[in-house]
Structure formats: C-alpha cells, structure tokens
Design a protein around this ligand. Structure first.
Ligand code: ADP
Ligand code: MG
Length: 241
C-alpha cells in the first residue's frame, strides 16, 4: 500500500469540507476521485500534498506517517501534483518552469542534466509549442499540460491530478488518457480528479465518490455506475444505462 488515509477531517470555519475520510491506495493503481463542485476533492488533494493540514486523522505514505511534513518535503519524497488553477512562474519560460521541478524534486540522483530531464518531460506530455515561450503567454489548456510536465519532472511516485482535462478536444483527451496510462506503466500511482466520466471510467481501477465532504461510495467503475446513492448525488440516470 503506497497511501493510507485514516479519519481525515477538515473544517473551514463552520463548513465541514472533509468528514472522516479513510481510503487506501495500492502502488500502481489509478484512483478516480469524483463528486459535485464543492464536494471536497481539491481539499483532499491539498491534505495529501501537504498544502493543508487536516484537523483530524493521519496520512501514511510508503509506510510512514507524513501528516506533519511540509508540502516541499512531501514533494521530495515523491508526492507531486497539478493545480486546478495553474500557478506557473509567469515570467519564466516553459522550459525554465519545468527545470525548476527537475532540479528541486528529482530524487533519482541521475547524472542527466536538469535541462534534458525537463525537455524529456515536455516531450512525454506532448507539449506542442515552443519551450522558450513565457508561461504568461500560455492558454489554460497549455498551462495544464505545463503543470503536468512540471509534476512529472520531479519524478513522482504518487501523482495527484486536479481537473487537467477541462477544455480539451476529444482528440486531446484521448492523448491525455494515453499519457496518464503511460505514466502508470512507469510505476507511478495516480489520483485523478475529473468530471468527465468517460475518462474516469476508462482510466481508473477504483473510484471514490465525495459528496459534501463525505465519502459516499468506493468501488470499481462498474460498481460505482450501479450505485444508487452515486446516481442520486452526482451521476444522474444516464450513467446507469
Ligand atoms: N481555503 C478555503 N477556505 C474556506 N473554504 C474553503 C477553502 N477551500 C475550500 N473551501 C470550501 O470547501 C468546500 C470544498 O471545496 P473543494 O475542495 O475546493 O471542492 P471541489 O474541489 O470538490 O470542488 C467548498 O465548500 C469550498 O467553498
Ligand atoms: Mg476542485
């Protein structure tokens, strides 16, 4: 087991964003995290990556308790993420942005220069525009792809993806699914937050459904599609067919 969450809760003032969430993730799995807007998906990724401290509960990663580690220590231990709203270094180029991640996060001690590793991450995610473009000149779709390259350049064991498929054409979506599968084949465990059920169902070994901060279901894609509570809370009748 690479990740174990036990009894995680997070409150923002009076709002309970996460309520007693427990889940386990085996190495090499792709977990889909779904639920309506405001369900707590991003908050859960923040708690795992260390940008938010939970009020209760513990997080074990590769067998060790990590709840008290900062997000940069967690990144160096192999937990990388993308952001629902990308925050690149806007005055730096695409390549420089990815190089920062390659220099900071990579624990592999390989001799390959950071520039080469950054370029190979950009190639891997099929980044299609000039790597010398300033990040501030990228559109949302390109920024999400840059974010993915940055996360991969830090050589993660656990990768957290927060809505990176939004705005893609069907062809770009198929490419992205390929990139995520290929990443898993390299041995990376992945949590995917996404609204596109077609993508989630194609990609994930297991799905967890959040609703108002609570885990209301967990199972294989087939089990989730047949779950009455999930249909009522999120999917609607169409997905039962
Ligand atoms: N930093 C914050 N301060 C206050 N409320 C927050 C904060 N972050 C998230 N929330 C609230 O917590 C709930 C869960 O948000 P979020 O995790 O972003 O949901 P999701 O990603 O599933 O759409 C929402 O009601 C949101 O408004
Ligand atoms: Mg979110």
């Amino acid at each position: 087991m690479i990740l174990e969450l036990q009894g995680i809760s997070k409150r923002f003032g009076g709002l309970v964003a996460l309520k007693d969430i427990s889940l386990n993730l085996d190495e090499g799995q792709i977990l889909g995290l779904i639920g309506p807007n405001g369900a707590g998906k991003t908050t859960l990724l923040n708690v795992i990556s260390g940008s938010l401290r939970p009020d209760n509960g513990y997080i074990r990663y590769q067998g060790k308790e990590i709840s008290k580690l900062s997000s940069d220590r967690r990144c160096q231990k192999g937990i990388s993420r993308t952001f629902q709203i990308s925050r690149p270094f806007s005055k730096m180029t695409v390549l420089e942005n990815v190089m920062v991640a390659a220099i900071f996060g990579d624990r592999s001690q390989k001799q390959e220069p950071p520039r080469d590793r950054a370029l190979s991450a950009l190639r891997f995610v099929q980044f299609s525009i000039d790597e010398n473009t300033l990040a501030e000149n990228l559109n949302t779709v390109q920024l999400k792809r840059l974010d993915l390259a940055r996360a991969l350049a830090s050589n993660p064991s656990l990768l957290l993806l927060d809505e990176i498929a939004a705005g893609l054409t069907p062809l770009e979506l198929a490419d992205l699914v390929g990139v995520i599968r290929h990443t898993r084949e390299r041995g990376v465990t992945i949590i995917v937050v996404e609204h596109l059920m077609r993508m989630i169902l194609r990609l994930c070994d297991k799905i967890v459904v959040l609703h108002y901060g609570e885990k209301i279901a967990e199972g294989t894609p087939e089990e989730i599609c047949q779950d009455k509570r999930v249909a009522d809370a999120y999917l609607g009748e169409n997905y039962l067919l």
